[in-house]
Ligand binder design. Structure first.
Ligand SMILES: [Zn+2]
Length: 412
C-alpha cells in the first residue's frame, strides 16, 4: 500500500489565506500576540478545526487545541502545532506552518478515513514570539509548569496592557486549566530559520534539540549634560558605555564561534536629544549556545565587560537576567521517528540543532518531544521576505503525517 500523503495544494492555500491576516506591503505578516489580527487568525484556525470535525478547547492562557479523536479515548494525545503570532516584520511561515501542517494532517486522515489509537491534538500557542510580551514561549512555559499562570497573565506590553487583559479583550481566555495533562508525544514542524538545510541541499532537518539562551534587561546610567560645553574628560556618556557593551557581546559570541550567538536588539536612549549627552540607555542582551558550559562563559565575559566599561567611564550599570533556558536535548525515540519517516519518503535529511527557541522547548519538559525542520529561502526569518517552497512545505508535512501516525498507532 503506498504511503498516505497530504494535499500539498490545500496546505499551501491555507498558508496563503492565513498570511492575508496582518499582511504587510512587503509580503510579510504583522500579527503580534493578542492583537485584533491575532484574534482573526485564531478565529479562522478554530473555524477550520470545526470544519474538520475537531473538538476545540482553549486553556486559561489562550492556547487553542483542536482534537481529532482516536479509537481509544483514554489514551493521551499525540500533539503537534506551533504558534500563530508573528514578529512586527514577520513572515508567512514562522509558527503558522507548524499549526497548519498539523491541521493538514487531520484533514488528510479525514479524507482517507484513517483511525488512530491515540487522539491527535493540534495546538496554537499564545505569544510564542515574545515580541509583544516577554519572555518568548510564555504560554508553553505555563503549560509545562515552568511559569505560574499568574506570571504568564501578568506579562506586560510596552503600552502597559497585560497579557491577561488582552486575552479577555479578544475573547480567548479559556476555562481549561493550562497544563497538568498527559501528552504522549509532541512533534512540531517549523521552518529552520537558518541557512544550514539549504546549504546542504537537505529537505528535512532532524532536530536534535534546542540551544540554550539567556536574556538580560540592562541599563547604563551616566549623566546628562550639554553637548557643547562639557569637555570630553568630564563626560559620563551612557550611550558610549552601551556601545562598548555591543562590542563586548559580539566578542563573547565570537570567542565561541561558530555556535555562540550574542545580540543587543533593543536600545532606548534618554533623553534622546541631539545636543544632550545621553544620561541613560536601557538595552537587551540575548546570548545563546547549544552547550551550557560555553554559555556560562559567555555570560561571565559580558558581566565582566559591564563592570570594566562602567568603571572606566564613570558610569553605573545593571544587568538583570530575566530568562534562562538551558539547552534542551530532544527524545531519541522522536528523533529516530523523524529520521525514519524522512528516509521512508526518500527525502534528504540531516541532523540539526535549533538555534531558535520554540514551543517544543517547554513541551520537552512534559513529554517525549521532537521537531521537523524544512528549509527557508536564504535562511532568512523574522523578516517580511521569509520564504519557503511549496515542495518543501509539503515534504515536511508528509514527514509530520508519518511521524504522527507512527506515534499515534494507526489502524485503518
Ligand atoms: Zn516560530
Amino acid at each position: 500500500m503506498p504511503a498516505l500523503t497530504i494535499n500539498a495544494e490545500r496546505l499551501w492555500e491555507s498558508l496563503m489565506t492565513m498570511a492575508q491576516i496582518g499582511a504587510t506591503p512587503k509580503g510579510g505578516v504583522c500579527r503580534l500576540a493578542l492583537t485584533d489580527e491575532d484574534r482573526e487568525a485564531r478565529d479562522l484556525f478554530v473555524q477550520w478545526g470545526k470544519d474538520a470535525g475537531c473538538a476545540v478547547d482553549i486553556d486559561q492562557i489562550g492556547n487553542i487545541f483542536l482534537r481529532r479523536a482516536g479509537s481509544e479515548p483514554d489514551l493521551p494525545p499525540v500533539m503537534t502545532g506551533s504558534h500563530l503570532d508573528s514578529q512586527p516584520t514577520g513572515g508567512k511561515f514562522d509558527g503558522v506552518y507548524g499549526v497548519l501542517a498539523g491541521l493538514e494532517v487531520i484533514r488528510t486522515l479525514n479524507d482517507h478515513g484513517y483511525v488512530t489509537r491515540h487522539p491527535i491534538d493540534v495546538a496554537a500557542r499564545t505569544n510564542e514570539e515574545g515580541s509583544r510580551f516577554a519572555p518568548a514561549m510564555v504560554a508553553s512555559g505555563v503549560f509545562a509548569g515552568e511559569f505560574s499562570l499568574d506570571y504568564g497573565l501578568s506579562r506586560t506590553a510596552l503600552n502597559g496592557v497585560t497579557l491577561g487583559q488582552e486575552l479577555d479583550r479578544i475573547g480567548y481566555a479559556g476555562e481549561r486549566p493550562c497544563g497538568g495533562q498527559a501528552v504522549h508525544r509532541y512533534i512540531e514542524a517549523h521552518i529552520e530559520q537558518g541557512p544550514l538545510l539549504e546549504a546542504e541541499a537537505c529537505v528535512i532537518g532532524v532536530v536534535q534539540g534546542i540551544q540554550g539562551q539567556r536574556w538580560f534587561d540592562c541599563s547604563i546610567q551616566g549623566m546628562e549634560s550639554h553637548a557643547g560645553t562639557t569637555p570630553l574628560p568630564h563626560r559620563r556618556d551612557a550611550l558610549l558605555g552601551a556601545c562598548c557593551m555591543v562590542q563586548a557581546v559580539r566578542d563573547a559570541a565570537v570567542a565561541h564561534a561558530p555556535l555562540g550567538r550574542g545580540t543587543e536588539g533593543q536600545f532606548i536612549v534618554q533623553p534622546n536629544s541631539r545636543n544632550v549627552i545621553p544620561g541613560r540607555v536601557d538595552f537587551s542582551i540575548d546570548l545563546r549556545h547549544p552547550e551550557d558550559g560555553p554559555l556560562i562563559t559567555m555570560v561571565e565575559a559580558v558581566r565582566e565587560a559591564m563592570y570594566r566599561v562602567c568603571a572606566e567611564m564613570g558610569l553605573s550599570g545593571d544587568m538583570h537576567e530575566i530568562w534562562h533556558q538551558p539547552p534542551t536535548p530532544f527524545d531519541s525515540g522522536c528523533i529516530d521517528a523523524v529520521s525514519r519517516a524522512a528516509s521512508a519518503l526518500g527525502l534528504a535529511s540531516m541532523s540539526i540543532v535549533s538555534g531558535a527557541g520554540h514551543d517544543a522547548k517547554y513541551l520537552a519538559q512534559v513529554c517525549p518531544t521532537g521537531m521537523i525542520f524544512i528549509p527557508c529561502k536564504d535562511g532568512i526569518s523574522h523578516n517580511e521576505i521569509e520564504d519557503a517552497s511549496k515542495a518543501d512545505v509539503a515534504a515536511g508535512c508528509n514527514v509530520l503525517l508519518q511521524v504522527l501516525l507512527d506515534q499515534a498507532g494507526s489502524q485503518r
